[in-house]
Design a protein around this ligand. Structure first.
Ligand SMILES: [Zn+2]
Length: 260
């Protein structure tokens, strides 16, 4: 038995929690309990040092942990200190991507979730789309067709996913939006097709254009049943094409350009 697999007192050694982690946890509780809003400030460094009876360095470490998690931002200057901020979708996305990086995610697992959540989201925005969104969806389909006609598959793929992001804008369930946007992001940034089958790629492109076109029409009619049906078929077909083209995720979930 080697040291890594040994069990016993050594491997179960009591781990004293780091003081800065305890302070960071306490500050999180405090922000939640007092319902602090983005823009509100935490007490200054000196007050926190007195309150926790610890060193300046420990308080700074605790605040740094909150800053890295995106919950506060540090302001410099005479009125500086930690200010509460809403955690951005970009930083949460990066966290979830980092988590998934080590788990060998495949597209079947993604579609097992997408098949449900994308249809739920699509149905949830019936009657809520604005004329501006209709215009952008129509424009998206037209640009996508143009890109395919010009042989620019990369642009066409990106636009196809962008179409689904437009739907997210009108959904009032933030959790559903986060999941759908997260999935859209990894489909847009990370999918590669390992089988070079031009007929299947073209058919996939045509299918996407037709589905998006049909969705727009159903949304215009505010026909919820049709939206649900088209969306469900679209997810099934997309998964089938991904399978035919042997889709895989590129192994760079750790890198996320939130500004892309
Ligand atoms: Zn689509």
């Amino acid at each position: 038995m080697n040291a890594d697999t040994a069990t016993g007192p050594k491997s179960r050694r009591f781990q004293r929690p780091k003081l800065s982690n305890l302070i960071a946890d306490d500050l999180r509780h405090w922000i939640a309990r007092d319902r602090l809003k983005p823009g509100e400030r935490l007490p200054n460094e000196r007050t926190l040092v007195e309150h926790y009876g610890c060193s300046k360095g420990t308080v700074r470490e605790a605040l740094k942990a909150l800053e890295v998690g995106g919950l506060v931002k540090m302001q410099t200057g005479p009125n500086g200190g930690a200010q509460v901020q809403a955690v951005s979708i970009e930083s949460s996305t990066q966290q979830l991507r980092t988590y998934l990086h080590f788990l060998d995610l495949d597209f079947q697992q993604v579609y097992a979730v997408r098949r449900t959540v994308e249809v739920t989201l699509a149905e949830s925005v019936v009657g809520k789309l604005t004329e501006d969104q209709f215009q952008r969806m129509e424009d998206n389909v037209a640009r996508c067709q143009k890109a395919r006609a010009a042989g620019d598959r990369a642009t066409a793929r990106r636009l196809e996913v962008d179409f689904h992001d437009i739907l997210c804008e009108s959904c009032d369930n933030p959790f559903l939006v986060f999941i759908c946007r997260f999935i859209n992001g990894i489909l847009r940034d990370l999918v590669e097709f390992r089988r070079d089958e031009n007929d299947a790629r073209d058919a996939f492109g045509k299918h996407n254009t037709q589905s998006h076109h049909d969705l727009i029409e159903a949304y215009r009619r505010e026909d919820r049943a049709a939206v649900g049906k088209i969306s469900a078929e679209h997810m099934n077909c997309a998964e089938g094409f991904m399978s035919r083209l042997d889709a895989a995720f590129r192994d760079n979930l750790l890198y996320f350009d939130g500004n892309a």
